[in-house]
Design a protein around this ligand. Structure first.
Ligand code: GLC
Length: 530
């Protein structure tokens, strides 16, 4: 039974991304699965998150972490069965947790029956379900478009004697979104899962659904040099973020709106100046175009201030913000900014206005795990090696305890685990000052104080290496001060209040007067006296 308390639950929710293959194995095959995930729901409840987003669990040859789907309406045996899935939905809802699935509308696996049919003959009823083109005059690919995973995005097919287009792997042919039958079939896939009780989707690669119908060549990227990975040496103006893509997103949103209280998030073009388009104007598009500004920014007060301001300013009226600090495609941020500042980031993420997203393991400060060359799984690294693109380091399994296999599996893990004795869930649950305890404390404060979710955000200009802002709601005001350096700094604020949380977790609920000396790497939340 679904429990529906709030209209727009996703505005108040903390959303936790899980790659099930790396979360918890239940059968010793070294791959996490749904029964394993079910065993860990108590942990998620303890942590206090509201919703989980799962990377794809559908039937797949698993060449690209399951983003190569061969049946959209089946669970891959690696993860379990449809019955396991139904049990997951039911158990989550009974605990008042919600479930968001990844939805991958841009492409399928080449093993999908749709593609098998399409490639079998030009006369097949699904012949036009993918993007087929004749060779160029010289017999080569139709144009210069590149796959994100390297090489031409066109693959020659001997049977049809035509090329098909793939934005990613050759084994991931792109669907033809100009064909209404394809659009209808994908809307039905969404309905299939929504009827089974999912609370929404994260739409994969939602900015690339439509490609230029004139097949114009992409121009060179003027910023590219020898260090630029080859697939990024062209500007993808004719393949990415085309105007017609917005119609596709509007159609997906319309399906979401057929159901009560569901959410649609999406992976979109990274640039802040494009974000508004993905929310839509007269016709609604995504509820939450995912915003990676906190990951992409330089970790210093002025760039941080500039990026956060720019993002808020770019939002259309009524649009709800969101902040993402980790993900299955993103370098673990604790490795970039260091463990002390990872605590500052946690406080920032959970006090900014907007829905916070983090990736399983971020709450214990997981860092990139080093992967020996013979264990590399990521096709991106295999095909475009040498540019630091490998996504395996952030996908390493969750270390639940200090044992060699981290309590993740009893078999050979699909990817190596890091040093589990250094950082694991069990140890950090016991330690009242751990990063994990800080996440839990901040999530629970956020839940208690509407100012931290619904409240307005009042920027305070960065000064003295401190990033500061306030959240206000119906007469209550919370001031947040974050010291971004490894030395003490004076935080210049006026007035008096109650210190609620320090990132050091060694002082709370005490009276405080501004200005305050922040210790090295310390952040504070202060409730101002009204
Ligand atoms: C998205 C996914 C990424 C995947 C790609 C192809 O960008 O986040 O992991 O490789 O789509 O499906």
């Amino acid at each position: 039974m679904k429990r529906r308390h709030h209209k727009e639950w996703w505005q108040r929710a903390v959303i936790y991304e899980i790659a099930p293959i790396s979360f918890q194995d239940s059968n010793g095959d070294g791959n996490g699965d749904l029964p394993g995930l079910l065993r860990r729901l108590e942990y998620l409840e303890w942590l206090g998150i509201d919703a989980i987003w799962l990377t794809p669990i559908y039937r797949s040859p698993m060449l690209d972490l399951g983003y190569d789907i061969s049946d959209f309406c089946a669970v891959d045996p690696l993860f379990g069965t449809l019955e396991d899935f139904d049990r997951l939905v039911e158990t989550l809802h009974a605990r008042d947790l919600r479930l968001i699935l990844d939805f991958v509308p841009n492409h399928t696996s080449d093993k999908h029956t749709w593609f098998r049919g399409s490639r079998s003959s030009r006369k097949h009823p699904k012949s036009d379900w993918y993007i087929w083109e004749e060779p160029a005059a010289n017999g080569g690919p139709p144009n210069n478009w590149q796959s994100r995973f390297g090489g031409s995005a066109w693959e020659w097919d001997e049977v049809r004697e035509q090329y098909y287009y793939h934005s990613f792997l050759a084994q991931q042919p792109d669907l033809n979104w100009r064909n209404p039958a394809v659009r209808e079939a994908l809307r039905d896939v969404m309905r299939f899962w929504l009827r089974r009780g999912v609370d929404g989707f994260r739409v994969d690669a939602s900015a690339v659904l439509i490609k230029d119908d004139l097949l114009r060549d992409n121009p060179p990227n003027p910023k590219a040099d020898a260090r630029t990975p080859p697939p990024q040496r062209l500007e993808p103006v004719f393949t990415d973020d085309r105007r017609e893509t917005m119609d596709c997103i509007e159609e997906m949103r319309a399906v979401i709106d057929e159901f009560d209280d569901c959410v649609i998030c999406g992976e979109v073009q990274g640039k802040t100046d494009r974000i508004g388009h993905f929310y839509g104007n007269d016709k609604p598009r995504l509820h939450l175009p995912l915003n990676f500004a906190l990951l992409d920014t330089q970790w210093e007060p002025f760039p941080l201030q500039a990026n956060i301001d720019a993002y808020y300013k770019a939002l259309p009226e009524g649009a709800w913000p969101d902040w993402v600090i980790g993900g299955h495609d993103k370098r673990r941020v604790a490795g970039k900014i260091g463990q002390p500042q990872a605590r500052i980031l946690a406080m920032l993420l959970l006090t900014l206005k907007g829905t916070p997203f983090f990736f399983a393991g971020d709450e214990i400060g997981m860092e990139p795990v080093s992967i020996p060359p013979e264990r590399v799984c990521d096709p991106f690294e295999k095909l475009v090696g040498g540019f630091g693109l490998n996504r395996d380091p952030e996908r390493s399994p969750m270390p639940w305890d200090a044992s060699a296999l981290g309590g993740f599996t009893t078999g050979e893990p699909w990817l190596p685990l890091g040093d589990t004795s250094q950082r694991n869930v069990h140890q950090q649950m016991q330690d009242p000052k751990s990063l994990l305890s800080l996440y839990r404390e901040l999530i629970s404060l956020r839940r208690r104080e509407p100012a931290l979710t619904r409240g307005e955000l009042r920027p305070v200009r960065s000064r003295n290496d401190i990033f500061s802002f306030a959240r206000t709601f119906k007469g209550s005001e919370f001031l947040i001060g974050l010291n971004l350096v490894h030395e003490p700094r004076e935080w210049e604020w006026q007035g008096a209040g109650t210190l609620l949380v320090s990132t050091h977790l060694d002082r709370k609920e005490q009276p405080l007067k501004g200005p305050t000396l922040l210790r090295a790497d310390e952040g504070l939340i202060v409730e101002l006296a009204s």
